[in-house]
Design a protein around this ligand. Sequence first.
Ligand code: DGP
Length: 121
Amino acid sequence: MDQNDIASNPTIFGKILRGEIPADIVHEDIHCLAFRDINPQAPQHILVIPKRLIPKLSDASEEQRTLLGHLLYVASEIARKEGFAEEGFRVVINNGENAGQEVPHLHLHVLAGRAFSWPPG
Ligand code: DGP
């Protein structure tokens, strides 16, 4: 992991990665960090972010394909460890303005603990 990438990350998630603001961390490895959302939209709402700054999913490069797969795998691992894998959960990535992305650092929302409607709003 390139520590300079974390050091220069200007987003709120950069501050969390650097430990400048607190977060309720549920998973960390060399590639990613997962922590509870400050404004939960479900009884369980966890964000999984890469440590490397990728502003949005559509900015990911071909060489980051393995990292993207890792983020999904970690989401499923968290679901199993937190005990909501069997009852069901939703993984959401908001990409860009129309999707309502507010923080310009790729993040997977992992939501659980209630039923979700479809189509999403
Ligand atoms: P999005 O709209 O997809 O960009 O979602 C951004 C999410 O980030 C939103 O659900 C709230 C969450 N969030 C924003 N600031 C903070 C923070 O400082 N701490 C934590 N834990 N979550 C945050």
